[in-house]
Design a protein around this ligand. Sequence first.
Ligand SMILES: [Zn+2]
Length: 428
Amino acid sequence: MKRVIRNADVLFAGRLQKKEVLFDGTSILEVSDKVTADAEEIDGTGLTLLPGLIDVHTHLREPGHEQKETIATGSKAAAAGGFTTIMAMPNIDPFPDNVETVSEYLKRIREKAVVNVLPYGTITCREAGQTASDYEGLKKLGIRWFSDDGVGVADEKVMLEAMRKAKENDVLFACHTEDMNYRRPGASVHEDAFAERMGWLGIPSACESAQLIRDLELVKQTGLRYHACHISAKESVEALRRAKAQGADVSGEVTVHHLLLENTDVRGTNWKMNPPLRTHEDRMSLIEALEDGTLDFIASDHAPHTEADKDKPMAQAAFGIVSLETSFALLYTEFVLHQQRWSLEQLVDWMSYLPAKRFGLGKKGKIEAGYDPDLVLVELGSERRIKAKDFFSKGKNTPFDGWAVRATVRETIVSGRSVYRIGGGMTK
Ligand SMILES: [Zn+2]
């Protein structure tokens, strides 16, 4: 069935234009001033049409930790936040490190997800940092991205072997770098004078940057396609900048919270995540790195937890915050509207086309004939407050509860079908 969106401001050819967009279940068929084809109409009056957002870093927790999130609730949260494709990190149980487990996992996703969900395989079996997973077998199932997110691969020899094997199979590594030699038990926030004053144990920046620097050396030796997850420290930015200048095939992401918050903003366990919020100087270096292309795009690191996981002393509480339902609205409000530092087009590129391009996700991230019909209609301008209790996600663990934002997702379309409508809920 063909459908047409009329009367919306469409992000087309790099700017907002009054256009009409015709699509079916497979692709966008036409973007023009007047679509004459016979099609079901969607009225976009007063709304802005964007390509569906894409997030390469989410935690859906299923299977194994369904009390925190499921494929259904996490993908609903994605749709409500304007995301049409999300990638799921592999720290679940059982770990997606072999063909049998991943086949089952893919079946679960097909049954339950309301948006496109692409899972990662693990770099090492069970994320134990000892033996490389079956990249060749998993690639035959369509898995072309591997991560041990949550932990770094500590042993350099294991990482080198894994990278060689990954290079042979032409797959990408997305790495959480963390050298545990730098992290004391109970460390929760960025290590500096502020943490000390608050009585919290700190995590130094070197915890992230030391292992990233090691990885980038191994990338030089192996030529692997490498992506650095959730860069938080200025030292890491410098390392990535050097590697790029030397021609390495590397990219990096920055999360929404590291763009918006600093270590001195921390008020409790809903501000605790790994890597932690760092200093003002770090945050400014992340923003500049995104703007100069050292960092390639934005991800959420959506990390849902139960109330009990968070309702603990700082040292014991779980790391991570939920963000699928707040990411776009927060960044649009702060950087496009308030600071007028970024254009809407630039923000959407960082949240859609650029991650799709780097991860080889096909014709995604643009509203153009021939692209996938993954679209989101948003209302820009009118103010609302973020209400964590209303999230589709099982996780309500956000530091942004009560923040005023000026962007609201009205309708999310995946493969040509409306999967979310504000007020009308969600359809699978
Ligand atoms: Zn991580």
